[in-house]
Design a protein around this ligand. Structure first.
Ligand code: URA
Length: 438
């Protein structure tokens, strides 16, 4: 294999055969193809794209780069959800135990946040004792016993994706439909669930900023799902403002997990509750456990209100070693002690014009990483208090900030100032669910 020829072929937009792609990924996984050649290949794909056949071959090669879990003996229909990433997105922490309480088995692999987006793994790391990495057989045993488990992508599940993703992250090649498709689908297929629901985020806090590009990605994901005989559904959701109130690791974990108490459905942030219900219901309906969306939603609401999901949550977190004070309002999670505020600079109607800036404000508080190797403060956080369309008055708090270090507050507030615009005329509120495809 001459890697330079492969790169040049792609540079000129020529279609690669499945064998060539398989050799390239196998060579990269075996460390025979260096990072710089893979980076050049990824950039060529970013510019010239891939056909459906090439995307399928890339997904398959990345899937075959590691182990595949056998989820067939988990004692129920298996399903998972994947979000394409956003700000304040803590849905997985509610959805996994909700789906488990509804009878699904949810073996979930999660990633870390990078740049402005948050990662479920970082949120779980805020829980004392929680074991993010389990051997594959123990991971499956927790799912079998409690209905769900969430672990980090281990070295032997789609390892090519782990390394390619790290390269994409530092070479500006993340926002590329075939590369995102192969990345998501290779690890989801390796973890083995029959049903996969994709929360395709769209807006200024997401990788896909417009719905047309998001639809293109959805079509590519659905095509791969069909080729592997999986049931796949896509929900397009708005990511032009943070989801829920909390943005940060301990704060998001608290908002999500405390919100699963019976009654939490009525008191939690409306957008977070709505999207969680919608995605969990999509899992039940797509898995064929409920005949339609209304029946699925009714089931989700019942397990939430009756407290069955709250019990599933405790069983799952405890099985992975997590120690939370279930009877305390703060669950015993530590939040950084220094508080600050970001207030409305003028009166009028609010538009969150750059959701990404809220994620970057968290990074300014040391609560998110800009480079893979950065350490993060799990106790830092932002409570985002306003929504696009709200009427606000001068000096009204739009966000509350928490950090270990007062000196970081000013830089975070500067970032937040870029996230909002105040208009003299009313601004329409944003729709949360933009479209569905299955
Ligand atoms: N999520 C993934 O797992 N991979 C991507 O490439 C983008 C979002």
């Amino acid at each position: 294999m001459d890697v330079r020829e492969i790169i040049e072929a792609k540079q000129h937009g020529r279609e690669l055969s499945a064998d060539v792609i398989a050799d390239l990924i196998a060579g990269f996984t075996a460390a025979q193809v260096p990072d710089y050649q893979m980076a050049a290949f990824l950039m060529a794909v970013w510019f010239t794209g891939m056909t459906a056949a090439e995307t399928a071959a890339l997904t398959d090669s990345m899937l075959r780069s590691g182990a595949r879990l056998d989820a067939s003996a988990l004692g129920g229909p298996t399903a998972d959800k994947h979000s394409t990433g956003g700000v304040g997105d803590k849905v997985s922490l509610l959805l996994a135990p909700l789906a488990a309480a509804c009878g699904l088995r949810v073996p979930m692999l999660s990633g870390r946040g990078l740049g402005h987006t948050g990662g479920t793994l970082d949120k779980l790391e805020a829980i004392p004792g929680y074991r993010l990495h389990l051997p594959n057989d123990e991971f499956l045993a927790v799912v079998r016993d409690t209905g769900c488990a969430i672990v980090g992508q281990s070295g032997d599940i789609a390892p090519a994706d782990g390394r390619i993703y790290a390269l994409r992250d530092v070479t500006g090649t993340v926002d590329c439909v075939p590369l995102i498709t192969a990345s998501i689908m290779s690890k989801k297929l390796a973890a083995g669930p029959q049903t996969i629901v994709i929360d395709l985020k769209c807006g200024s806090g997401a990788f896909m900023t417009d719905l047309a590009r998001a639809r293109e990605l959805a079509a590519a994901l659905l095509a791969v799902g069909r080729a592997y005989d999986r049931r796949l559904a896509v929900v397009f959701s708005d990511m032009s403002q943070p989801l829920g109130v909390a943005v940060g690791h301990a704060t998001e974990t608290l908002e999500a997990m405390a919100g699963l108490r019976p009654g939490g459905r009525r008191t939690g942030p409306a957008d977070l509750v709505r999207l969680t219900e919608e995605l969990t219901a999509a899992m039940l309906q797509t898995a064929g456990v409920e005949p339609d969306r209304d029946a699925a939603l009714a089931r989700v609401r019942a397990v939430w209100d009756e407290g069955t999901a709250w019990q599933s949550l405790q069983a799952w977190v405890s099985a992975q070693g997590g120690r939370l004070a279930w009877d305390r309002d703060d669950l015993g999670l530590r939040i950084a002690p220094v508080a600050g505020e970001f207030t409305a600079p003028a009166a009028g109607w609010l538009e969150v014009c750059d959701c990404r800036a809220v994620g970057l404000a968290l990074a300014a508080l040391k609560g998110a990483r800009l480079r893979v190797e950065d350490a993060i403060d799990h106790e830092a956080g932002i409570d985002w208090l306003a929504r696009t369309g709200d009427r606000v008055e001068t000096g009204q708090p739009l966000a509350r900030l928490r950090t270990q270090n007062r000196a970081l507050l000013a830089a975070a507030a500067d970032r937040l100032a870029a996230a909002v615009r105040i208009h003299h005329e009313p601004v329409p509120a944003r729709e949360l669910i933009l479209a569905r495809m299955s």
